[in-house]
Design a protein around this ligand. Structure first.
Ligand code: BES
Ligand code: ZN
Ligand code: ZN
Length: 480
């Protein structure tokens, strides 16, 4: 669905969002004014009502009381419109945003409407929709919002990134392989003119990405170590992003039992980083963004690594593998060290569906945040909390680092105890950041993939793309 900003529209179907007013609501002057019957609609939260007047059909969207409105809920109300009311789009549609709305509600509207057009039925022969959203153009009328064009342009970039992220996570693991992820990034590099390098297994062996290779060695699908470097000529900050790209996590010989099919989501960190990269490039943000995506499949087989193996790593540190299911931290160790050795970005952030422990702590509502820098921690919280992508800090105290000491090697990948799993994983990662003073780790195991009112099974959320975009945009706008 295209959205174009317009000063007038011939559309007969009008989408009208309202904040709640107990004393009743009016149609805008542009549409002839007139009271909306209180019995039909007062703007109550989540209400969707059809209302005819003349040859126009209005779809009234209730946002609840203005003082209680928040981005996440507003976005959800708009998502419902395109997800559940596709018939309304059989005729041309205009969205009218009046002066009771802010830039925030405009962004919630467009991002919600777009997310509602996303469909999971990639492989269904017959589509359930009454319209083909890819053929639809919606007129956006926002005469009172001078920033509307800018908001729309930014939101377009964000949605492109979110859609990319969701499509990568939701499609099955035999299609979204490490090489598929690498090809995706390479195509984006061609489209937006940024550099992309991909190391195959032989090249990775040559330079010593041993921890990365160990995880991928049991799979018939070759690994890919992907490096993308987007450099705007007026770059104001250099940010390094590392994303866990485990295209399927069987657990290896510490094999998973229940719910293994969900582990197609284990490249959710890489997908969020790819989405953020695409969004930043599409919006032409004046930054340098280096992305590293170690992509592997964690499989079993004659060549698979074993619990008790001692493996090398790009940093030179040796690692005792206690558990082959703690694989994400192994590939990230090489990703983080590669970033530090070759790029030294001002900010270093990794995203990973890393531990079940983070889900135990925060459920599906919030990601675990670890950072060596208070300002970066606050920036990430501000970037995410304002849009409902919740992140909350956990400590990086050294006593948890002690848990990862090995007798036989420099470090072990699992402390073997049923507690502090997300924190000890973060401490493991930190050992490979070369003491970067502005590093943050987001454990998105609970937030990347989950249930919603829009599907029967767990599916991608796009978590992280908008958050990272906000972080980058805030740095461009206010240097933090
Ligand atoms: N990919 C999983 C973590 C995960 C769990 C992602 C739930 C998404 C939803 C990760 O590789 C893993 O298996 N972690 C283990 C680590 C343990 C063996 C130290 C875990 O958290 O149980
Ligand atoms: Zn695992
Ligand atoms: Zn994993």
């Amino acid at each position: 669905m295209q959205i174009q900003i317009s000063s007038s529209s011939a559309a007969t179907h009008i989408l009208l969002p309202f904040f709640e007013r107990a004393d009743g609501l009016q149609l805008p002057e542009q549409f002839g004014g007139g009271a909306i019957p209180k019995k039909l609609f007062t703007g109550e939260t989540g209400a969707l009502r059809h209302f005819h007047q003349g040859d126009r059909l209005f779809l009234l969207v209730g946002l609840g009381p203005a003082e209680k409105a928040n981005f996440e809920e507003m976005k959800g109300h708009f998502r419902k419109v395109t997800a559940k009311q596709s018939a309304f789009f059989k005729e041309p549609v205009a969205l009218f945003i009046d002066d009771t709305h802010s830039e925030e509600s405009l962004q919630a509207a467009v991002l919600g409407l777009w997310m509602g057009t996303y469909r999971l039925g990639f492989y269904k022969k017959t589509k359930a929709d009454e319209v083909d959203f890819s053929q639809i153009t919606l007129d956006l009328l926002a005469p009172e919002l001078p920033q509307a064009a800018k908001i729309l342009q930014q939101s377009t970039a964000i949605w492109q990134g979110q859609k990319r992220c969701m499509e990568l996570v939701d499609q099955p693991a035999h299609l979204v392989t490490p090489t598929f992820l690498a090809d995706t990034v390479q195509r984006l590099g061609e489209q937006y003119s940024f550099e992309v390098k991909v190391f195959d297994a032989a090249q990775a062996r040559e330079i010593g990405l041993d921890a990365f290779l160990a995880v991928g060695q049991g799979s018939a699908r070759p690994p890919a170590f992907v490096i993308a470097d987007y450099v705007h000529p007026d770059a104001r900050i250099h940010v390094g992003l590392v994303g866990k790209g485990v295209t399927f996590d069987t657990g290896g010989y510490n094999i998973k039992t229940a719910g293994m099919h969900h582990m197609k989501c284990d490249m959710g960190g890489a997908a969020a980083v790819i989405g953020a990269l695409e969004a930043a490039a599409a919006a032409a943000l004046p930054i340098r963004l280096t992305a590293i995506l170690p992509c592997v499949e964690n499989a079993i087989g004659a060549h698979a690594f074993l619990p008790s193996d001692v493996i090398g790593s790009y940093s030179g540190k040796t690692i005792e593998v206690i558990d082959t299911d703690a694989e994400g931290r192994l590939i990230l160790a090489d990703g983080l060290h590669y970033m530090q050795k070759h790029f030294q970005p001002e900010l270093l952030i990794d995203l990973a569906t890393l531990t079940g422990s983070s889900v135990g702590t925060f459920g599906y509502a919030c990601a675990a945040l670890f950072s060596t820098d208070k300002t970066l921690e606050n920036s990430l919280m501000e970037a995410g909390m304002s849009i409902g992508e919740r992140v909350w800090p956990l400590p990086l105290w050294e006593l948890y680092g002690k848990e990862m000491e090995s007798d036989i090697a420099d470090i072990k990948n699992y402390h073997g105890k049923p507690f502090a799993g997300a924190i000890t994983a973060a401490k493991f990662l930190q050992a490979f950041t070369d003491g970067h003073e502005k590093w943050a780790h987001l454990d998105i195991a609970g937030t990347a993939f989950g249930d919603s009112a829009f599907a029967k099974s767990k599916h991608a959320t796009g978590f992280g793309v908008h958050l990272l975009f906000n972080l980058l945009q805030n740095h461009v706008d206010h240097g933090k």
